[in-house]
Design a binder for this molecule. Structure first.
Ligand code: NAI
Length: 258
């Protein structure tokens, strides 16, 4: 039977690779992105998120077999909180009732190795409180203080913590919906292309994200891992942040974290 899977970020990179893999195996993909997608919506705004959820529900016709939130932004901007945290959480929460109506529903998000790096704890707390205006105001202040590089890690740390909290609740595990994350290291996509263009950035990336196993990954590698997480075969894994990062997390955090 054809499974219906909503994927955000399908116009580029990891989301695009995942959508290709799913279509190849016969799934119906409902792609969401700013443009070049089945549903064009800005997940950085409240109105855009509502439009995205409504449109996906209409196209899915009630039940949805999977949701994967790949859309995200990097850089020194409050959009990291708006898109990477609030955009992901709102999309998953908006589509959760349609997932609960499917026979083998699955959900996944794209976290990051960056979620293990230093964060702005106030921004993380505001995200987890669901206070977007506060998170954005705090992010703007962090940028003024010169601590903007902590914002992307903050958005991904908050997302991982949210996922660990909700995955085991009646709404998710209790409704039979596994919810997991893939946390990549460095993936070769348009998001990272500008970093490779600069020698100093390449050296900084190698130091911050060491990848002893096979180096930087192609987006299809992350797509394959996401594909398994949302497959019917995944009956018992939930609440996990799975590092598909060439060994970066194990290198950086060592043997005491597992
Ligand atoms: P990408 O830039 O190639 O693709 C991101 C997609 O998200 C784009 O199509 C973009 O239009 C869409 N998007 C951005 N803002 C949006 C918004 N407001 N509303 C709707 N769609 C929006 O990036 P990539 O590398 O494929 O990233 C995908 C996910 O993987 C992101 O969440 C990113 O943070 C995460 N990630 C990427 C890594 C990398 O090295 N490329 C490493 C770790 C995590």
């Amino acid at each position: 039977m054809t499974r219906k899977i909503a994927v955000s970020g399908t116009a580029s990179g990891i989301g695009r690779a995942l959508a290709g893999l799913l279509r190849e195996q016969g799934d119906q993909v409902i792609g969401i992105d700013l443009k070049d997608a089945d549903v064009c919506a800005d997940l950085g705004t409240r109105d855009g998120r509502a439009l995205a959820a409504e449109s996906v529900l209409r196209l899915a016709g009630g039940a949805l077999d999977g949701v994967v939130a790949c859309a995200g932004v990097a850089g020194i901007t409050p959009l990291t909180a708006r898109v990477n945290y609030f955009g992901v959480v709102a999309l998953l929460e908006g589509l959760r009732p349609a997932l609960a109506a499917a026979p083998a529903p699955r959900a996944a998000v794209v976290a990051s190795i960056a979620g293990t790096q230093p964060v702005d704890p106030d921004v993380v707390a505001a995200c987890l409180d669901g206070d977007e205006d506060a998170a954005v105001a705090l992010a703007e202040r962090a940028i003024e203080r010169g601590e903007g590089p902590r914002l992307y890690p903050s958005s991904k740390s908050a997302l991982a913590q949210w996922l660990r909290r909700v995955a085991v609740t009646p709404e998710w595990a209790g409704a039979g919906i596994p919810l997991n994350a893939i946390a990549p290291g460095v993936v070769l996509t348009p998001m990272t292309a500008p970093l490779f263009a600069d020698e100093a950035m390449r050296a900084a990336m190698a130091a911050a994200v060491p990848m002893p196993l096979n180096g930087h990954a192609r987006p299809e590698v992350i797509g394959e891992a996401l594909r398994w997480l949302i497959s019917p075969a995944n009956t018992h894994m939930t609440g996990q942040i799975v590092y598909v990062d060439g060994g970066a997390e194990a290198t950086l955090r060592g043997p005491d974290v597992y």
